[in-house]
Write a protein that binds this ligand. Structure first.
Ligand SMILES: [Zn+2]
Length: 617
């Protein structure tokens, strides 16, 4: 999330380009307002229901001979109803706060709903622990019973943690001590990073910028500005290397202790389990990317030529290739996105249209509104809401396409209910990235002149490289770091720098010159600190979409209903099982090549267009 400091400067700039003024959402489908009495009634009602739930079911799940399937199904039904009731109030508070963070009452409402939700979760914790304690054979009998058919995935996926949970007193101690352990170090990292100021010479004008500000300058069209920004970032990180190196070492060690206590065999296993995906599948994904580094290197050689540079340095990777085009009014954005969605599948177009027509989108830029963009699923009995900060750049159109992809996905998965609608992380970006792809192809078809096509294609290729290869390289770095800590104790900062540099050098080869300062750039990546091994999920999601899109190109219309079914399935099965319906086998190492092929084609097409543009001159 953007900090308040940058939020203000961003809004200041964007106010001039507030092309979606007046486009705000109507949260009335959730509650009439923060004073709506139904809000408090829902929260209190859910808490009372949770207490009744505990009275009714505590001690009845892990019983001699196992619980009856009907009783388990009934318990899950009751749990789902009360979680949805509380979830509606929580979702409303979050959205109200996102729309305007300034009133103290909005923050207070978020805190109040979270406290109530936490109290509710504590009341129900016993259910999970009792269900996990049931013997495998007995649990299988319950799972196979038709009474539990609709709850099977939810119940069986809970049990995947069975070999890794500790006793209730141990879990309580770990939970309490984490506040002064790992969580405290995460917060320290956030506070250090967000308070850092970087001194940058922006073409003769010295400026003090925060992290987002300095990173934004890496996209500047002037090389000297990019270089100055890179130097400033490096210096800021170097100046804090003692603290940052200590935080990294502590958290990596904490992760290792967790793994040992919970019997995970390697540093990535806990993440794979959370993602409902096998280690072999992830290994195949990473190896396939690493075997295709030449595509990345070919692209950066092309980019060097297009920028007319003798060498492409790390700080040139995000240099813009085309001048910013005229801004896109909101109505035009709406036409583009709905048009592309409609052309792919009328049903998707219709659902996307509702977001615009029924005020499920908040698009205008205004003070106090949260930065960035998201789609909130809220609860299945209502509908999702989308937030964007629309300033009319082509990039914003892509963001709208992305968030509406999430929105359509969440909308279609509503019938799965509160417990099974959300997908596991690796599938969460499927519809959003697919939506971007649909809009990108639609735009590309409409553009005939070669330089403009080249610009569009390059931006797509760069996004894909950043989402697939860069994330996989980051995961590989993380793996090396965790292994180094396990094998040799505390890892010296210079050694962390070496691991970072060697992983990146393997990715870029001689296509990008990695400068001396670049060796410190591991030190600001929040995912390494907050959610170890999170990054590969981005690569997984993007390559999966490229593979799905490739299947669509080959099959045409018969693909569409299967795709909509996939979205409607939400999180009701594992990724592998959901994708088998497309005859896509993610455990097959060859599968990832199917996703990498279209990228290779795009790079080839960009090279061809660049030649055509050169010949024209
Ligand atoms: Zn997304």
């Amino acid at each position: 999330m953007v900090g308040t400091h940058l939020g203000c400067t961003e809004c200041g700039e964007a106010m001039e380009e507030n092309l979606a003024a007046g486009i705000t959402w109507d949260l009335g489908d959730l509650y009439a307002g923060p004073d709506d009495p139904r809000l408090g009634q829902d929260l209190d009602g859910a808490l009372q229901a949770a207490r009744r739930f505990a009275e009714a079911y505590r001690g009845t799940i892990n019983v001699q001979g196992g619980p009856s399937a009907t009783r388990v199904a009934e318990a899950v039904g009751a749990m789902e109803a009360l979680l949805e009731q509380a979830g509606k109030a929580c979702a409303y508070a979050e959205l109200l706060h996102a729309a305007d963070v300034t009133p103290a009452a909005h923050g207070a409402l978020v805190a109040m709903t979270q406290e109530k939700a936490s109290a509710i979760r504590q009341e129900m914790l016993f259910f999970e622990l009792e269900w996990l304690a049931v013997e495998d054979a007995v649990a299988q009998r319950v799972l196979d019973d038709p009474a539990c058919a609709a709850r099977r995935h939810f119940l069986s996926s809970l049990r995947r943690y069975r070999p890794h949970v500790l006793s209730e007193p141990e879990e309580r101690i770990l939970e309490e001590k984490a506040n002064t352990g790992a969580r405290a170090f995460c917060r320290l990292f956030d506070e250090v990073l967000s308070s850092l100021e970087f001194e940058v010479d922006v073409a003769g004008t010295p400026q003090r910028l925060n992290e987002s500000g300095v990173l934004a300058l890496l996209h500047d069209s002037r090389r000297v500005v990019r270089q100055a920004a890179a130097d400033a970032l490096t210096h800021g990180l170097q100046d804090n290397q003692l603290l940052l190196g200590f935080i990294f070492n502590t958290l990596v060690q904490d992760h290792g202790s967790d793994d040992r206590l919970r019997s995970y065999r390697n540093p990535m296993e806990a993440r794979h389990l959370a993602n409902e995906i096998s280690g072999e599948t992830v290994a195949a994904l990473m190896e396939a990317c690493e075997a295709n580094h030449d595509v990345v290197q070919r692209y950066y050689r092309l980019k060097r030529q297009l920028l007319k540079l003798d060498d492409l340095a790390d700080y040139d990777r995000y240099a813009p290739l085309t001048a910013e085009t005229a801004s896109v009014p909101w109505t035009r954005c709406r036409e583009m996105v709905i048009g592309a969605y409609h052309a792919f599948a009328p049903r998707m177009g219709e659902i996307a249209e509702r977001f615009f027509d029924r005020r499920w989108i908040d698009a205008e830029v205004r003070n106090g509104k949260r930065g960035g963009a998201f789609s909130a699923s809220t609860v299945p009995s209502v509908h999702p809401y989308v937030l964007v900060n629309y300033t009319g750049r082509l990039n914003d159109v892509t963001t709208v396409a992305h968030e509406l992809g999430h929105g359509v996905h969440q909308y279609l998965a509503r019938p799965r209910g509160y417990l099974e609608a959300d997908t596991p992380l690796v599938m969460a970006e499927t519809a959003s990235v697919f939506g971007e792809m649909v809009v990108f192809e639609h735009l590309l078809r409409a553009v005939e002149d070669a330089p403009a096509r080249l610009g569009l294609l390059c931006s797509k290729v760069e996004d894909t490289i950043a989402t697939v290869f860069r994330q996989v390289a980051m995961t590989r770095f993380e793996e090396k770091l965790h292994m180094a800590r396990r094998e040799g104790g505390e890892v010296a900062r210079e050694r962390i720098c070496d691991l970072w540099l060697e992983t990146n050098a393997a990715l870029y080869g001689d296509s990008v010159r990695l400068t001396d300062g670049y060796r410190w750039w591991w030190a600001y990546i929040p995912h390494f600190v907050h959610s170890p091994f999170y990054c590969y999920a981005y690569g997984f999601g993007e390559l999966l979409v490229l593979a799905l899109y490739e299947a669509y190109r080959r099959e045409g219309t018969p693909f569409v209903p299967k795709y909509l079914d996939l979205l409607a399935a939400g999180g009701s099965d594992t990724p592998a099982a959901l994708l088998r319906r497309f005859d896509l086998d993610i455990s097959d190492p060859q599968f990832w090549d199917f996703g990498l092929a279209p990228l290779r084609q795009m790079v080839g097409e960009a090279e061809r267009l660049a030649q055509e543009v050169r010949d024209d001159r």
